[in-house]
Design a protein around this ligand. Structure first.
Ligand code: FE2
Ligand code: FE2
Length: 283
């Protein structure tokens, strides 16, 4: 049983909606934003503890954090074999750094879960038992068989992660909103690295590692899984997450933005982008 939800402060007469686009365009703020910026409670003070959250929103935050933590821990398992077999010294060092970053992101998501007492702890205990092949999203149950998989995964799949995190930026749950800036800056390194692996493969072939064809095959393998990660286009969960001020975009909006970003990036290094319906499992 949860404690009854305490009364919420009354919203001011004017909502800060006009500030939202400015804050978001600038990629966040230095001053912490104390009000909910969008959704049905826009203008009200943000939620700061698990006990304050209304029942359905509480369940949703827990669910979102379990998926988030699961992807972080899963990617450590995927990267692990490459810590000492990446092609160059610098690549090995970045692999080590990525693993450390993902461990920290998992810890951060679990800290949010801990705020939900026994329920959250039960989820954390379960997350720690998950082995390869037992994770929630397909992209995190696939092995990195070649170095090109590492490049395409970090370029394409970590980038979806960035969209998910940006969707939580300045969200209505304070502890989650405050975890975002550091996670986002670290993820940026991962996806820049992934792009540089694909670029070097396409540009230098075996002088670096693999070949342009191998890079293309890896793009064809991971791009559909990346698009799937955004979830169903008509998802009721994503609609509720926006209403609660937790997420900014619907699944389809985020997927469209992603395609728009990735397409020129891959074509700039001579790689083809598969069509949006190629090999998709979730629509
Ligand atoms: Fe991460
Ligand atoms: Fe990452």
């Amino acid at each position: 049983m949860h404690a009854p939800t305490p009364p919420r402060p009354v919203p001011p007469a004017s909502t800060p909606a006009a500030n939202v686009s400015k804050i978001i365009q600038e990629g966040g703020t230095v001053e912490p934003v104390r009000e909910i910026l969008w959704g049905s409670s826009a203008g009200v003070r943000k939620y700061e503890s698990g006990e304050e959250l209304p029942g359905d929103m509480r369940k949703l935050v827990i669910r979102l954090m379990v998926v988030q933590a699961d992807t972080e821990f899963a990617s450590i398992q995927q990267h692990r074999p490459w810590l000492d077999s990446a092609p160059t010294l610098e690549d090995r060092w970045i692999e080590a750094r990525i693993v450390a970053d993902e461990a920290r992101h998992g810890l951060q998501a679990c800290r949010v879960l801990r705020d939900f007492g026994e329920d959250g702890q039960k989820d954390i205990d379960e997350l720690l038992t998950k082995r390869e092949g037992e994770h929630k999203l397909d992209a995190f149950n696939m092995k990195f068989e070649r170095w090109s998989d590492v490049g395409a995964f970090t370029c394409l799949v970590d980038r979806v992660g960035v969209y998910q995190l940006r969707s939580f930026q300045e969200c209505s749950y304070g502890p989650l909103a405050r975890a975002m800036p550091l996670m986002l800056s670290e993820e940026q390194l991962h996806l820049n690295f992934g792009f540089s692996v694909l670029r070097r493969m396409a540009q230098y072939g075996p002088k670096y590692s693999g070949s342009k064809d191998e890079a293309q095959a890896a793009v064809n393998k991971w791009y559909p899984r990346a698009l799937d990660m955004f979830g169903h286009s008509n998802s009721d969960t994503s609609r509720r997450a926006i209403e609660y001020g937790l997420k900014r975009w619907t699944n389809e909006e985020a997927r469209e933005r992603y395609i728009h970003e990735v397409t020129p990036l891959l074509t700039s290094i001579g790689l083809q982008v598969p069509t949006a319906d190629f090999d998709r499992h979730i629509r």
